[in-house]
Design a protein around this ligand. Structure first.
Ligand code: SF4
Length: 636
């Protein structure tokens, strides 16, 4: 029999309180083999157009990657996808941790959730069966307590719990999901979607050995052992083990691309207070990992000092540190650790949360808002106490926090004046802590990403600009022949962008973490191909894998076209076209002409209409998405 994973999906209707197990056909799984592709397929084919993201009719898809749960380092990811309450566009966020692998051990590739329960509920899935249970006693509980209560109630402390905290319950538009209290589907507001359904948690336990379902389980296991050995020898994965993502701070600051004071500047004068060595000395208590991953890039921190920080909620990674320190003008790692704990406790996306606080600070500095709006809080750059109070107010939807909980785009419209200029977002989603003026393909990725600004849609320019670097050597296996400067916006660079975009998108389908495959890290291209073929027996090559990634991106783009998005939404914030005000790239700005030319060229390479950004029928037919053209017309 041809490979189709566990072959099963779970369909949950919370309005009618039903659960139903369905088969996935081999034909379907072969074209949409998990994660982003499977989620995009169900959302495009089953969710009607223009459904309000917080309406019961919105569908949340949780879909495992093709390799998720196999004994392969970094094959841990699952996708959460729905129409996003933050952007109104295709919403999607991947998480690692332990929940996705456990779902597969319990016998499911994906869960499709629609409707809305009358009272809070949670879902309990165990070895191929599922039931909806009451959760009145869990609603309002913090994730640590809710997880303990669920495990106690079901009598098994190995149950994996995916859930929301207060931010999701209060429908903060950038609330996420957490599993094991420290692994997050952070972006695009999937926590608000699940909160709108009054679904507090999904508890999972399974006993299947995922590797036994593989086409060649012996080869998968051997590859897994080889990869585990490679982790220790490879400079990229070793750096991730050693410093986590915090190793980035010093280099980005030196290069003038550490977002500072809401992207006004590219270097932070207090950088010495937020570097890895301070983090290691003042905060770190342990390293952590996801299922079967020997990279162990996760950190655990605790504090009993100026702030009390519990180790239960993990530790801040680069994005969270930069977001709550340099980008808010705050040189205080302890405050960032507290902000991280609050975000994780309330299941708020720490990127969007910190970016909305930075936006609020700039509005305050420019007197667009005052003490009256902020309830007496001096919301200035550098004010750590104000930052922490604002995170609390966002989660509780109190005062000015209630407005920030709607995201920067909405808040800017309400505040008016020049506030829109301070709102650093694309399609309504806030920029991550990477500076496009110093790495232009990151900017292109922010602009075209269907989910709004996302830093994980391609490989960052700085990683592959040195021809002698290990990442560039890894990139060669993808057909990249030239190492190009990070600020080069030539046709060749756009061509590279597309290869990287398809490769990274493919990773979101098969379930590898961004920190697994080359060129970002240690898994060679040929090993990725081996992993897929040993698992499935499909005998795919690199071109096939890139096509899988491209198909997934096109599904998401078609979703957005249906919702009325077009080229004019693939726009970067105005600030990026003005000069950076501090750091090694002082005076450097993106060129509008170059950006628009690159966008047109990218559309052309993708087979998209250069005027509208919509996929053209020719390329869709080649990708096997002809049905989606018909579906799109029917939906209209
Ligand atoms: S590299 Fe880090 S984030 Fe990725 S799977 Fe391993 S531990 Fe998890």
């Amino acid at each position: 029999m041809a490979y189709r994973g566990t072959g099963k999906i779970l369909r949950v209707d919370l309005t009618h309180q039903t659960v139903q197990v369905e088969e996935i056909t081999e034909d379907l799984y072969r074209v949409y083999p998990g994660g982003k592709a499977l989620a995009g397929y169900y959302l495009l084919s089953e969710l009607p157009a223009h459904v309000d993201p917080l309406d019961p009719e919105n569908m949340l898809v949780l879909a495992n990657g093709l390799l998720t749960g196999l004994p392969l380092a970094t094959a841990t990811r699952f996708t959460a996808a729905a129409r996003s309450p933050l952007t109104g566009a295709y919403g999607e966020s991947e998480a690692g941790g332990w929940w996705g692998p456990e779902l597969r051990m319990a016998g499911f590739e994906a869960i499709l959730i629609s409707g809305q329960a009358k009272q809070p509920v949670y879902l309990w899935i165990q070895n191929g069966r599922a039931e909806i249970r009451k959760a009145d006693h869990l609603w309002g509980e913090e994730p640590e307590q809710a997880q303990a209560l669920i495990r106690q109630e079901l009598g098994d402390d190995k149950i994996r719990v995916l859930q929301i905290g207060l931010g999701g319950e209060n429908l903060v538009r950038y609330a996420g999901l957490t599993n094991e209290l420290r692994h997050f589907n952070g972006r695009t507001g999937m926590g608000a979607v699940i909160g709108s359904k009054r679904l507090k948690a999904i508890a999972v336990r399974g006993h299947q050995r995922v590797v036994e379902g593989a086409f060649d389980s012996k080869k998968v296991s051997e590859l897994g052992k080889n990869l585990a050995r490679t982790v220790k020898e490879h400079p990229q994965s070793w750096d991730l083990y050693d410093k986590g993502t915090l190793g980035l701070v010093a280099g980005l600051n030196a290069g003038g691309i550490l977002p500072t004071r809401n992207f006004l500047e590219g270097a932070f004068e207090q950088v010495d207070q937020i570097k890895w060595d301070v983090y290691e000395k003042e905060l770190l208590t342990a390293r952590g990992s996801c299922y079967a991953c020997s990279v162990r890039c996760k950190r655990e921190v605790a504090l009993d000092d100026r702030y009390q920080v519990s180790s239960a909620y993990g530790g801040p990674e680069y994005e969270t540190v930069a977001g709550f320190t340099s980008n808010c003008g705050i040189g205080d790692l302890q405050a960032a650790a507290k902000a991280n704990e609050l975000c994780n406790r309330y299941t708020l996306d720490s990127i969007s949360t910190s970016a909305t606080v930075a936006f609020g600070m700039e509005c305050f500095e420019h007197k667009l808002i005052g003490l009256k709006e902020t309830c007496g809080i001096e919301l200035r750059f550098g004010n750590a106490e104000a930052m922490l109070q604002m995170v609390e107010m966002i989660a509780h939807r109190q005062g000015f926090g209630d407005l920030l909980a709607e995201g920067t785009a909405h808040a800017a419209r309400v505040i008016g004046g020049e506030a829109h200029y301070f709102a650093m977002h694309v399609k309504g989603q806030e920029l991550a802590m990477h500076e496009p003026r110093g790495k232009v393909n990151v900017g292109l990725g922010y602009a075209v990403s269907e989910t709004g600004a996302d830093h994980l849609v391609a490989i960052h320019d700085t990683m592959v600009q040195n021809p002698n670097s290990v990442p560039f050597q890894g990139a060669k296996d993808l057909g990249i022949t030239q190492a190009l400067p990070a600020r080069d916006f030539s046709l060749e660079k756009v061509q590279q962008y597309l290869i990287f975009e398809n490769w990274v998108s493919m990773g979101k389908v098969i379930g590898f973490c961004y920190f697994g495959p080359a060129p970002r890290s240690f898994i060679k291209v040929e090993d990725v191909i081996t992993a897929v073929n040993a698992t499935t027996g499909w005998n795919l090559d690199l071109a096939d894998l890139l096509e899988i990634g491209e198909r997934a991106t096109n599904l998401a783009r078609l979703f957005n076209v249906r919702e009325g998005f077009s080229r004019q939404d693939d726009r970067l914030p105005e600030r990026l076209f003005t000069p950076l005000q501090a750091g090694a790239l002082t005076g450097v700005a993106l060129s509008k002409d170059e950006f628009e030319r690159a966008l047109t060229e990218l559309y052309r390479l993708k087979g998209w209409d250069p005027d509208t950004g919509a996929p053209l029928p020719g390329r869709l037919e080649q990708l096997g998405l002809g049905w989606a053209i018909v579906g799109h017309e029917a939906a209209d």
